[in-house]
Design a protein around this ligand. Structure first.
Ligand SMILES: Nc1nc2c(ncn2[C@@H]2O[C@H](COP(=O)(O)OP(=O)(O)OP(=O)(O)O)[C@@H](O)[C@H]2O)c(=O)[nH]1
Ligand SMILES: Nc1nc2c(ncn2[C@@H]2O[C@H](COP(=O)(O)OP(=O)(O)OP(=O)(O)O)[C@@H](O)[C@H]2O)c(=O)[nH]1
Length: 441
């Protein structure tokens, strides 16, 4: 089930970051072993009642002259319109209604996207409510008063936001064709790869029914099998600032990965793997998707016998949080290893939804425990009672133990590796949940 996307739009200083932090809370730093992205406040996972959604901050505007602010706000709003299921339009009760707010409101209204008007800095409802009503003039509906910093009014606001989420069982869920997201930094060759994969077999380029987003999906057929390519390269922005281009490529990646079964992370071989590649890779890793690293432009690299080995080492080092990812050296230009991409995609998708039996799983773990004693702390040894797979996409295992605190990351890693020795699970992350069961042993 892909999570709804909620984008926050608003003028500088209205409190976007504050709202973001309040809603995302500690969840922002949950993934310790993935690089930067979550800490950049570009996106975060939010849980509210039974709802989970991805919050995106399209902002990051430097306050400048009024003209610049307006044009940047339009840009932000456009990104939100292109990517989000629901838009939160944030305004500031202290600054009151501004010209730019009106212009952006017009734009949002025309998009027909659900918009929730949020009036921030209402720290005292009695005092500020009369000023809140002024925002009805924007013509985008009822203003929801909140205080992001004092955590007031957020419940009512979120109730309104989740009301607009698309119904859970839409056509996209029933469609069993694999969905492939092609992500990567600007200029690494994403469009070229999409075109090469689609080639003459491109069937339709269309909006897939049931999605409220405007992403363009391409349906392709290879060896008699259908796939849907989720294209993040099609949308062009005339951003001038480097940080903005980066922010936008991350937002595009988040929204595409959310809907995908398998992710092709495209890296430019002529540049080598970089920290920004790692940030984008982290998006797919966090969401437990199948991952294939496509080292593109391999035709343009001067190679020797060690090139593949050297590139692989460097990738494994910079993307150390995803040692399970498949790596392919390709050329979107010449079509080198195109069949291999499809073959690997099929395998990775299968691995990402593979189930293994509880019996054999427990045998493997028992053997692993016999080979390497579980850790102890203050004379108490970790005991592993039982392991079972509870979910797929990604394969998720629950391990029952005597004391959670004794289950170190390194021992989980060890068990993961033993499980991989038997079942492979190439290209997919595995998730482990440790539960305590005090009554045994
Ligand atoms: N009184 C009050 N101040 C707030 C509230 N929310 C945010 N602020 C303050 O407003 C200022 C701007 O908040 P930010 O969250 O940085 O605003 P922003 O929209 O992210 O700003 P940019 O990064 O410039 O786009 C800060 O000084 C916050 O402390 C609120 O609910 N009440
Ligand atoms: N030599 C070589 N050049 C390539 C290859 N793939 C793409 N290119 C070139 O790299 C440049 C960027 O390719 P695009 O496909 O536009 O890259 P993109 O990732 O879609 O770029 P954005 O839309 O900006 O994110 C173009 O000049 C391509 O011709 C390849 O396999 N080999």
């Amino acid at each position: 089930m892909s999570k709804p996307i909620v984008a926050v739009v608003g003028r500088p200083n209205v409190g976007k970051s504050t709202l973001f932090n309040t809603l995302a809370g500690e969840r922002i730093s949950i993934v310790q072993d993935t690089p930067g992205v979550t800490r950049d406040r570009i996106y975060a996972e939010v849980s509210w009642l039974n709802y989970n959604f991805t919050l995106i901050d399209t902002g990051g505007i430097e306050p400048d002259s009024k003209d610049v602010i307006l044009s940047q706000m339009r840009e932000q709003a456009q990104i939100a319109i292109d990517t989000a299921d629901v838009i939160m339009f944030l305004v500031d009760v202290r600054q009151g209604l501004q010209d730019a707010d009106g212009k952006v409101a017009d734009m949002l209204r025309r998009s027909n996207k659900p918009v929730v008007l949020v009036v921030n800095k209402v720290d005292d409802f009695d005092k500020y409510m009369p000023d809140v009503y002024e925002f009805y003039n924007l013509g985008i509906g009822e203003p929801f008063p909140v205080s992001a910093s004092s955590k007031l009014g957020l419940g009512d606001m979120l109730d309104e936001v989740v009301k607009h989420f698309p119904p859970e069982s839409n056509e996209e869920e029933e469609d069993d064709r694999p969905r492939v997201a092609i992500i990567g930094k600007p200029n690494v060759g994403k469009s070229s790869l999409v075109n090469k994969l689609a080639q003459k077999d491109r069937v339709i380029v269309s909006n897939i029914a049931g999605t409220t987003r405007d992403a363009i999906d391409t349906e392709i057929r290879y060896n008699g099998k259908d796939y849907i390519l989720i294209d993040t390269a099609g949308i062009r922005r005339k951003n001038k600032i480097k940080e903005e281009i980066e922010r936008f490529s991350i937002i595009r990646a988040v929204t595409a990965v959310e809907r995908a079964d398998v992710v092709l992370l495209v890296i430019d071989a002529t540049e080598g793997v970089t920290e920004q590649d790692a940030k984008i890779a982290g998006i797919a890793h966090e969401r437990g998707k199948g991952i294939i690293i496509c080292v593109n432009k391999w035709d343009a690299v001067e190679k020797n016998n060690d090139s593949v080995k050297e590139y692989t080492q460097k990738i494994r080092q910079i993307l150390s949080f995803m040692p399970y990812a498949e790596i392919l050296f390709i050329s979107a230009l010449t079509g080198q290893r195109l069949p291999k991409i499809f073959e690997t995609m099929d395998a990775v998708i299968e691995n990402n939804s593979m189930r293994v039996g509880t019996g054999v799983l427990n045998e493997i773990v028992a053997e692993a425990v016999a080979m390497q004693q579980p850790p102890t702390d203050k004379g108490k040894r970790l005991k592993i009672y039982y392991i079972t797979q509870v979910a797929v996409k990604p394969p998720t295992f629950v391990i029952f133990v005597n004391d959670k605190n004794l289950m170190h990351f390194s021992y989980t890693r060890y068990l993961e590796n033993r499980i991989r020795d038997t079942f492979g699970f190439a290209g997919t992350s595995l998730k482990f949940i440790v539960r305590e069961r005090k009554d045994e042993g």
